[in-house]
Write a protein that binds this ligand. Structure first.
Ligand SMILES: *Cc1c(COP(=O)(O)O)cnc(C)c1O
Length: 376
């Protein structure tokens, strides 16, 4: 609808499955098994089927999932974890809370994902793991990253918060879903992610029997037998109500992803001849699920303002790279250390994309964008 374009449309999406969702929530209320109800385990099985990973460990959110992943891998204070500088804060925050040292790596200008060629120079004797973030719905270049990690004995955590349902095509033709290639992967069901619940939710996935056991234990206060605490853990559970909602939405996930892909491809087409806009690069090796459609544009802040005046919302993911954030200033980075991430932060603009977006909406977004560019 012309005059009501939203950045995301969670309510519109809900209305299409309202009956099923309402019923699922009512069932939980009727059972009153609000914690560890049967829907939690059922959801874990269904998500394992969807991703093809052997184990799914539900937890409270995607940030907890990262913390639990670090703990599961047995990382110790002072050890270093590599991660992209152009990213959401969660991987750095969870590491810092455990006394680990986040070490930032610059990213690729065209895909926004971690730059393979910048990883090796950051590896030190203290480096134990790398967090590969599949940003905005697109897989990082996992084949060579896994090889490199293997060569240096690093564990690989995939942060799949933004890319559930995305895929990576290995050079040998094998295709795998993101979140199934590393040692352990983390997912978020924050409402705006590809699979979102009605609050906070998260999960870890792994194919390792040992990691699955350990992660489960850590998410339950490190408890083995009841009241026997074998590890220092935390309390991180997926609420039964959220699991019940996620089961309904998981059945629709393929069609949600299809809608996102169609919208992403249409933006791509509509922007083809607009020389002032750099479209997000789409890799040959990735199925991009467009959790975000992020363009690069000069005078970004002015354009954002002009769009807003025309009723078009947009967002900046991310306005500042992690290495220049105040909270991480003790790590000693300076402006200029991560030139690509820094440049991206001044150019990126996320356009509205969600499962309810229509082609007419998108034409209106792009027409407004072109008008804004021309009025500069
Ligand atoms: C959303 C997000 C997270 C954190 O998820 P929460 O469920 O909000 O804690 C972690 N990493 C990335 C890349 C994200 O986009």
């Amino acid at each position: 609808m012309g005059n009501s374009i939203k950045m995301v449309d969670l309510h519109g999406q809900y209305l299409k499955i309202k009956e099923e969702i309402d019923l699922a929530i009512q069932e939980v209320i009727d059972s009153s098994a609000f914690i560890n109800g049967k829907q939690v385990e059922a959801f874990a099985h269904e998500l394992a089927d969807f991703t093809g990973s052997k184990y799914v460990i539900p937890c409270a959110n995607g940030t907890d999932a990262l913390q639990i992943a670090y703990q599961t891998l047995g990382l110790k204070p002072g050890e270093e974890v590599l991660m992209p500088a152009f990213n959401y804060v969660a991987s750095a925050e969870a590491a810092a809370l455990l006394g680990l040292k986040p070490v930032f790596v610059d990213v690729c200008e065209d895909t926004f994902n971690i730059d393979l060629n910048r990883i090796e120079e950051k590896i030190s004797p203290l480096t134990k793991a790398i967090v590969v973030v599949h940003l905005f719905g697109q897989s990082a270049n996992m084949g060579p990253i896994l090889e490199l990690a293997n060569r240096f004995g690093l564990k690989v955590i995939e942060d799949n918060a933004q890319s559930l349902g995305s895929e990576y095509l290995f050079p040998n033709g094998v295709r795998k879903k993101t979140g199934t290639m590393g040692d352990i992967s983390t997912h978020s069901f924050f409402p705006t992610k590809n699979l979102g619940c009605f609050g906070d939710g998260g999960a870890l996935t792994t194919n390792s029997d040992q990691y699955a056991l350990t992660a489960t234990m850590i998410s339950r206060h490190g408890q083995g037998q009841k009241y026997a605490y074998e590890l220092i853990g935390c309390n991180s559970r997926l609420d039964t109500i959220q699991a019940a909602i996620l089961r309904v939405k998981l059945r629709n996930l393929d069609s949600y992803i299809q809608r996102r892909i169609e919208s992403g491809q249409l933006y791509h087409q509509l922007l083809e001849n607009i020389s002032q806009v750099v479209r997000p690069a789409v890799n040959q090796f990735s199925k991009h699920t467009y959790n975000q459609y992020v363009i690069r544009i000069g005078e970004r802040d002015k354009i954002k303002e002009l769009l807003k005046e025309k009723g078009i919302p947009s967002m900046i993911y991310y306005p500042s790279p992690l290495h220049l954030q105040k909270a991480y200033s003790n790590l000693g980075y300076h402006s200029g250390d991560m030139p690509v991430a820094e440049k991206l932060c001044s150019e990126v603009l996320a356009l509205p994309i969600h499962t309810e977006l229509t082609p007419q909406d998108q034409e209106w977004v792009i027409n407004s964008l072109v008008q804004s560019i021309n009025s500069l």
